[in-house]
Design a binder for this molecule. Structure first.
Ligand SMILES: NC(=O)c1ccc[n+]([C@@H]2O[C@H](COP(=O)([O-])OP(=O)(O)OC[C@H]3O[C@@H](n4cnc5c(N)ncnc54)[C@H](O)[C@@H]3O)[C@@H](O)[C@H]2O)c1
Ligand SMILES: O=C(O)C[C@H](O)C(=O)O
Length: 373
C-alpha cells in the first residue's frame, strides 16, 4: 500500500472513530475535572468529599474549610483508591490555592438548623459566609460552576449572583442552588407509598428550598402510579416532601440537619454537572437558577438541561393540577421576599467587599446570555 492510500485509510478510520470517542463518556475522563468543596470538614462536607473522591470525572479534589480539620479529612479521603488527587486547605490565606483552576466549586459552608428554627434563621450567619466565599471564587476561578448548598438557598443564591455581578463575572448558566435533596425525597416518599422504583421514578420538584416554596408536581410523576393520587394522598406527600428537612432536624434533636442524604444528593448533582461539562447530552436535573418562569421570582427551581456551559436550558413547568397551581400561587410571595432579602443584603454589603472590581461590573454580564424559559 502506498503512503497516500495508507493515509486515506487512517483518515477514514479516524473519521469513523471520532463520533464514538465523542459519545464514549469515558473518553474525555482522561483530563478529568478540578473540584473544590468549601466547608469540607463539616457534616455534609466530609461524606460529600468521600463521594466526590469516588466520582470518575474528578481528577483533582480540593477540600477547604476554615478549621484545620480540612487537612485531616483530605488525608483520610486521599487513601480511597481512585484517580482523584486530593488535598486539604484551611483558612482564608489558603482559599485561593484551593480554588485555582477549579471547574466546579460546591459550597456547603455555614451553620445548620436546630429544632424550632427556619432556614431563614440561618441568614445572619450564612449570608456573609456565602458572600465572602463566592467573592473568592469570582476572583480566582471566575469560570467555575458554583453549586450552593448553604441555607437559606432561596437567599444565598441571589447573594452569590450579586457578588459575581459586582466582580463582572456573572454567568447565570454557572450558578446553581442545590435542591436535589428535595427531588430525592420526592422519589423516596412517593415510591414507598405508591410503588415504583425510587431510582428511576421522575417527579419534578419546583419553586425554592424552604417549606411551602418546595412544590412537588405529583401530577407529573412518571411512570404515573396506577390509580393516581387521591387528594388526601397528594396533600400528605406534598407536606412530607416540604418538611423532609425539618423531619431530620427534629430527629437529630439539636445535633444538626441532613448531612448524609444531602451529601448523596450533592454528589449525585455534582456528577451530573460534570457529565454536562464533559459533553454528555441531555443531562436533566432540578436546580434553583436564574429563571423567567414565574413573574416576581428572579430565581426558581425547575428541571434544567445541563451541558458544557452549565445550565443550557431552563425547562418549563408543564401542566399543573389545580392544587399545584394553588401551591405555586401560595409560594410566590415568600420566595420572592427571600430572593429580595438576598439581593438587598448583597447590595448593601458589596461596596465594602470589593471596590476595585466595581469598574468591571457588568462587563461579562452583558455578554452572558440570560437563562430564559
Ligand atoms: N441545600 C440543601 O438541600 C441543604 C441540605 C442540608 C443542609 N444544608 C445547609 O448546608 C449547610 C452546612 O450544613 P452542615 O450540616 O454541613 O453544617 P456543619 O456545621 O456540620 O458544617 C459546616 C462547615 O462549614 C465550615 N465553615 C463555616 N464557615 C466557613 C467559611 N467561611 N469557609 C469555609 N468553611 C466554613 C465549618 O467549619 C464546618 O466545617 C447549612 O447551612 C445547612 O442548612 C442545605
Ligand atoms: O432542613 C434543613 O435545614 C437542611 C436542608 O435544607 C434540608 O432540606 O434537609
Amino acid at each position: 500500500m502506498d503512503n497516500r492510500s495508507a493515509n486515506r485509510r487512517v483518515a477514514k478510520l479516524a473519521a469513523h472513530l471520532q463520533p464514538q470517542i465523542r459519545r464514549d463518556p469515558t473518553a474525555a475522563h482522561k483530563a478529568g475535572f478540578t473540584v473544590a468543596v468549601l466547608g469540607a470538614a463539616g457534616g455534609i462536607g466530609q461524606p460529600l468529599s468521600l463521594l466526590l473522591k469516588r466520582c470518575p470525572l474528578v481528577a483533582d479534589l480540593r477540600l477547604y474549610d476554615v478549621v484545620p480539620l480540612a487537612a485531616g479529612v483530605a488525608a483520610d479521603v486521599s487513601h480511597v483508591n481512585s484517580r482523584a488527587d486530593t488535598r486539604g486547605f484551611h483558612g482564608p490565606s489558603q482559599l485561593p490555592l484551593a480554588l485555582e483552576g477549579c471547574d466546579l466549586v460546591v459550597i456547603p459552608a455555614g451553620v445548620p438548623r436546630k429544632p424550632g428554627m427556619t432556614r431563614d434563621d440561618l441568614f445572619n450567619i450564612n449570608a456573609g459566609i456565602v458572600r465572602d466565599l463566592v467573592a473568592a471564587c469570582a476572583k480566582t476561578c471566575p469560570n467555575a460552576v458554583l453549586n450552593v448548598i448553604s441555607n437559606p438557598v432561596n437567599s444565598t443564591v441571589p447573594i452569590a449572583a450579586e457578588v459575581l455581578k459586582d466582580a463582572g463575572v456573572y454567568d447565570p448558566r454557572r450558578l446553581m442552588g442545590v435542591t436535589h435533596l428535595d427531588v430525592m425525597r420526592a422519589r423516596t416518599f412517593v415510591s414507598r407509598s405508591k410503588g415504583g422504583d425510587p431510582n428511576t421514578i421522575d417527579i419534578p420538584v419546583v419553586g425554592g428550598h424552604a417549606g411551602v416554596t418546595i412544590l412537588p408536581l405529583l401530577s407529573q410523576t412518571r411512570p404515573f402510579p396506577k390509580g393516581g393520587f387521591t387528594a388526601e394522598e397528594a396533600r400528605a406527600l406534598t407536606h412530607r416532601i416540604q418538611n423532609g428537612g425539618t423531619e431530620v432536624v427534629d430527629a437529630k434533636a439539636g445535633a444538626g440537619s441532613a448531612t448524609l442524604s444531602m451529601a448523596a444528593a450533592a454528589a449525585e448533582f455534582a456528577h451530573s454537572v460534570l457529565r454536562g461539562l464533559n459533553g454528555e447530552r441531555n443531562v436533566l436535573e432540578h436546580a434553583f437558577v436564574e429563571s423567567r418562569l414565574v413573574p416576581g421570582c428572579a430565581f426558581f427551581a425547575s428541571k434544567v438541561r445541563l451541558g458544557r456551559v452549565g445550565v443550557e436550558k431552563v425547562l418549563g413547568l408543564g401542566k399543573l393540577s389545580d392544587a399545584e397551581a394553588a401551591g405555586l400561587k401560595a409560594l410566590t410571595p415568600e420566595l420572592s421576599a427571600s430572593i429580595r432579602k438576598g439581593f438587598d443584603f448583597a447590595r448593601a454589603s458589596i461596596p465594602a467587599l470589593t471596590s476595585s472590581s466595581t469598574a468591571n461590573a457588568g462587563s461579562r454580564l452583558a455578554a452572558a446570555p440570560g437563562l430564559g424559559a
